[in-house]
Design a protein around this ligand. Sequence first.
Ligand code: NAD
Ligand code: FES
Length: 279
Amino acid sequence: MHTILANTQLAPNVVRLDVVAPRIAEIRRAGQFVIVRKGRGAERIPLTIADADPARGGITLVIQAVGKSTRELAALRPGEAIQDIAGPLGQPTELLERGHAVCVGGGVGTAVVHPIAQSLRARGVRVTSIIGGRAKEWVIFEAELRALGAVIVCTDDGSYGRPGFVTQALADVLADGAVDAVYAVGPVPMMRAVAELTRPSGVPTIVSLNPVMVDGTGMCGGCRVTVGGETKFACVDGPEFDGHQVDFAELADRLGTYRLFEREALERHEGPCKIGLEQ
Ligand code: NAD
Ligand code: FES
């Protein structure tokens, strides 16, 4: 069992859970994730490890509560526990050796960008983070990223920072030159737009994909994606891939297929949905 150390609300439906998982805290690397099962028979949820504190034996998970299972996880209070946490899974981030990296985080994807920025900074790479949210209350991990380098905050409604999408700010940073790599995590349309922005200049662009995952071992095929014309499994070959090679249209299509099942599960759990599913 993995005891909850803290539950912190980061945004309207985004929660940070600090959870006891000493072995994972010790060996995890940026870009890796865990698969969490709250209790017996519960759905398996893949979550990126947003941070870790080996001294305390804790890992940080960030949960966007949009479905039945993620809402149950987000509702856990300190002292309660998660039955299983499997990991760390997936390939660690391929980190730039030196130079200037731009880390782009869209919404809850900002939590995934955080450990990448941390690891880049630790090896002496200059980090500029561009993070975005629908409005001020949706901007997360700003203080943590400011501790690692320059941060440009964007909001869709202009309520905080620069008005507009993160991609508009990225276009300006790219125009200034001297960018050696871009790491982008967020909604599929955002990652696709980032990859299109960097394609003409060929700046290496790493994206973290979020297909539906089941076993997390490369056996079930649930997380199949196409990269450079080849089939890859995000759980074992990724979750990070060359953004210029990813078939984003296929990924969006496959995610859309599962959205209906998730809505039905939520309605069985809580009655008819009053919200649109955001993922
Ligand atoms: P959101 O829809 O609120 O968007 C966040 C920001 O992304 C926006 O403020 C904007 O700056 C940017 N953005 C959105 N659409 C864009 C577009 N078409 N072009 C350019 N920029 C755009 O995000 P959210 O609701 O917080 O959702 C975050 C997404 O990140 C979810 O879809 C989730 O599945 C995904 N995610 C991915 C991973 C991963 O490992 N790949 C992990 C966690 C979350
Ligand atoms: Fe089953 Fe990746 S989650 S193959």
